[in-house]
Design a protein around this ligand. Structure first.
Ligand SMILES: [Zn+2]
Length: 225
């Protein structure tokens, strides 16, 4: 937008940072510089801890969770702004920052195709966008990897998983996904999700993709609880 129009719009509807609610400066588009530099990233963590969570559940080539998720923390505020306030540009922007971080850590260099965790079509209709696909869009724009958001569909609407036991959770996501194209055959697939809690969704989706003939699975998750 032309600067003077942006300034005028800002006077009427000031754009605020979804992390701290301070008005955004002209040079800050979706998140203020202060929040951006204070993102609770996990650069100091070895990714082995995330792979360990999936030990015995699914064989992962590489795994990376970018931000630490805490109740009332910055990551939660940003995810809330994406999911419930529909701030789609923020999702892409965080995906880009995620991509830069992956590059710094030399991750995912052997990945062939990126697949965002799909939403069930009824949920997609309701929300109007898939936040994982937007994050993946930002990620692939930096990593220059092909993205495929049509090869996998979500067949079953999953209910909330917070009050289920591990066995019940497993039952809940088993057969949730279906691969509907042969595009992933013999490929190293990078699954992208917004937040990992139990990991059951990624596990189920990854197992389905492996069973359909993909050679390897890696996961990239914007936030890790
Ligand atoms: Zn801020």
């Amino acid at each position: 937008m032309l600067d003077f129009l942006k300034d005028a719009a800002n006077l009427v509807f000031p754009c605020t940072c979804p992390g701290c609610n301070r008005p955004l400066l002209k040079t800050e588009e979706f998140i203020c510089l202060h929040c951006q530099t204070n993102l609770p990233n996990r650069l100091n963590f070895k990714n082995e801890d995330l792979k360990q969570r999936f030990y015995g559940r699914i064989q992962l080539e590489e795994a990376y969770g970018f931000l630490l998720f805490k109740n009332q923390g910055l990551t939660q505020k940003l995810l809330h702004a994406i999911k419930y306030n529909g701030n789609q540009e923020l999702a892409k922007e965080l995906g880009c920052l995620f991509g830069v971080s992956c590059q710094q850590l030399s991750l995912f260099s052997s990945v062939d195709v990126v697949v965002p965790i799909p939403l069930h079509k009824s949920k997609y209709r309701l929300r109007g966008f898939n936040q994982s696909a937007l994050i993946a869009e930002g990620l692939v724009s930096v990593l220059a990897i092909e993205m495929d958001n049509k090869a996998v569909i979500r067949k079953v609407k999953t209910t909330t998983q917070t009050k289920k036991t591990r066995a019940e959770r497993w039952k809940n996501v088993d057969n949730t996904f279906e691969v509907v194209s042969n595009h992933l055959e013999n490929k190293h697939v990078l699954l992208v999700d917004d937040v990992i809690t139990t990991g059951a969704t990624l596990e189920s989706c990854g197992q389905t993709i492996l069973a359909s003939g993909a050679s390897k699975i890696s996961i990239a998750c914007l936030a890790l609880a």
